[in-house]
Write a protein that binds this ligand. Structure first.
Ligand code: GLA
Length: 516
């Protein structure tokens, strides 16, 4: 009989731990216990499994699943773990297919997003899977770091590339940010998401992996283009896909990121589910810990909290040093996901303010899963919400339409407008919504959104905008920001036929309109 001890952590669902002790006796294997999935040059993830007969149950945050998510047949293990993250519109599973090879399993993992990795599964102790909880700081309010007075704008690698990218890709993206006109349009941060890190060196310093051999040189290159650069880590021991996180190394990592010259940190909860509770106190403490570490470096670093909106982060994110905080689970490149996330933000529009922004996730514009109409709705809605505009497409290869959406100066101006008043719902009629946001210069942005599957006629009253409309005296002027043309202000109402999933976005102002 061979006893195996190992443990794995699920990539996108770090809360799910499957682990156990495998006793292999004459073809019988018990995989109950903690398991570690190791992918060379990448990192580890942990799982906890409970085996009953041939069926395998998976441990989630609230104990074992009530139905089996795997089976063991001879020396072959198959696991299918539903992801609680991401779009509920799509059934998302991470699967493991593993074959016992000596005392380890040789395993292939396919993530919910279709990424596949080859690694090994070995049994480990509970302690390795669940490192001891280190103390969190006493909660306090960190000083405002003075950064991002308007919503940050940039590019992030995740939506398009997941972890399949390298140093050269990031440099090319910086080049394209400049040559495409994105930089001139206001996009500034090039953000390296999951996939850059490897193991820690002997003194605990985090290192880049083979695809990212010199993180400082990369930062220098991006800076040489007049851009800023962002990096990605987690309050847990691993980021969501198993690469190194900052748990127990918060100060050391903050110092390293600062020494390399990074200007932005996205800090993703991921495997912190296995250490802390997702309560407001633990969340706040864990984010404050890194907030303090960043502050100590003395370098201006934008702090982007990513914990999917848990514990109403919009109520305390700024206190723990956050400049922006994700309000939802991950966006996907489809209408349902974008629509659900975008319109759900209307409940929390009073929280964003200069330096502290609600982040409904990155843009999918240009990734191909939505129509031009839908992408214009995406961009318009994010602008109305004053959301960070972080492109998630391949900037080297943009169609004219994608460019016209991402670089529409009038729409970006709405996003970046400094007047603090939040977006409001002017009217809702079935699937038609009219949103308004007061802007600087006695102006109002008006978005007529058609969430329905058929074209819809949508109207609003000019005097409902409270711009002191003296309609007979034609004191208002209006412009359609997607058609790039003036809109006559006649009659009491404005009415437009808005295509399915489409938008008409106007800037209305008292007095004559300043054309850009
Ligand atoms: C989480 C985040 C995403 C991305 C991935 C990387 O799902 O919400 O934005 O960073 O992790 O694994």
């Amino acid at each position: 009989m061979i006893k195996i001890l190992s443990c794995l952590r699920h990539a996108v669902v770090p809360s799910i731990l499957l682990c156990g002790t495998a006793s292999i006796a004459f073809g019988q294997t018990d995989v109950s216990g903690f398991w570690k999935y190791t992918v060379p040059e990448r990192g580890v993830s942990f799982l906890e499994l409970k085996q009953v007969g041939n069926e395998i149950f998976v441990d989630g945050r609230n104990g074992f699943s009530t139905k089996p998510f795997g089976e063991l047949k001879g020396n072959k293990l198959h696991l299918e773990i539903p992801s609680p993250f991401g779009s509920p519109d799509a059934k998302r599973f991470t699967t493991y297919d593993a074959v016992l090879n000596g005392v380890k399993f040789a395993a292939t993992r396919k993530d919910a997003d279709g990424d596949s990795t080859e690694g090994s599964l070995e049994k480990v102790s509970r302690e390795e899977a669940h490192p001891a909880r280190l103390p969190l700081p006493e909660l306090r309010e960190l000083p405002d770091n003075g950064l991002v007075r308007t919503p940050p704008m940039g590019w992030n690698s995740w939506n398009k590339f997941h972890d399949k990218f390298d140093d050269a890709t990031v440099r090319q993206m910086a080049d394209a940010m400049v040559s495409s006109g994105m930089k001139d349009a206001g996009y500034t941060y090039i953000i390296v998401d999951e996939g850059w890190s490897s193991y820690r060196s002997k003194d605990g310093t985090i290192t880049g992996n083979a695809r990212f051999p010199d993180m400082k040189a990369l930062a220098d290159y991006v800076h040489s283009k007049g851009l800023k650069i962002g990096i990605y880590s987690s309050p847990g021991p691993q980021v969501c896909g198993g690469y190194q996180g900052s748990y127990g190394h918060e100060e050391q990592d903050a110092k390293t990121f600062a020494a390399w010259g990074y200007d932005y940190l996205k800090y993703d909860w991921c495997s912190a589910f296995g250490i802390y509770q997702p309560t407001p106190a633990d969340l706040e403490g864990a984010y404050q810990k890194m907030g303090e570490a960043l502050e100590k470096t003395g370098r201006p670093i934008v702090y982007s909290l990513c914990e999917y909106g848990l514990g109403d982060v919009w109520t305390w994110g700024a206190k723990s040093g956050g400049n922006l905080w994700r309000t939802t689970f991950d966006i996907a490149d489809n209408w349902k996901s974008m629509e659900r996330i975008g319109f759900s933000q209307l409940d929390i529009t009073s929280y964003p303010r200069a330096g502290h922004w609600n982040d409904p996730d990155m843009l999918e514009v240009g990734n191909g899963g939505m129509s031009g109409e839908e992408y214009r709705t995406h961009m318009s809605l994010w602008a109305m919400l004053r959301a960070p505009l972080v492109a998630g497409n391949d900037l080297r290869d943009m169609t004219a339409e994608t460019k016209s959406i991402l670089m529409n100066p009038d729409v970006i101006a709405i996003d970046q407008d400094r007047l603090a008043n939040p977006v409001q719902i002017l009217s809702v009629d079935g699937k038609s919504e009219v949103l308004v946001r007061p802007l600087e210069g006695n102006a109002v942005a008006v978005g007529l959104f058609n969430r329905g599957d058929q074209p819809a006629e949508i109207s609003f009253r000019w005097d409902g905008l409270h711009l002191g409309a003296n309609l007979g005296g034609r004191t208002l002027s209006a412009r359609d920001l997607w058609k790039h043309e003036a809109v006559p202000v006649t009659g009491d109402n404005f009415t437009a036929t808005v295509p399915k999933h489409g938008v008409v976005l106007l800037r209305v102002q008292s007095g004559s309109f300043q054309f850009r």
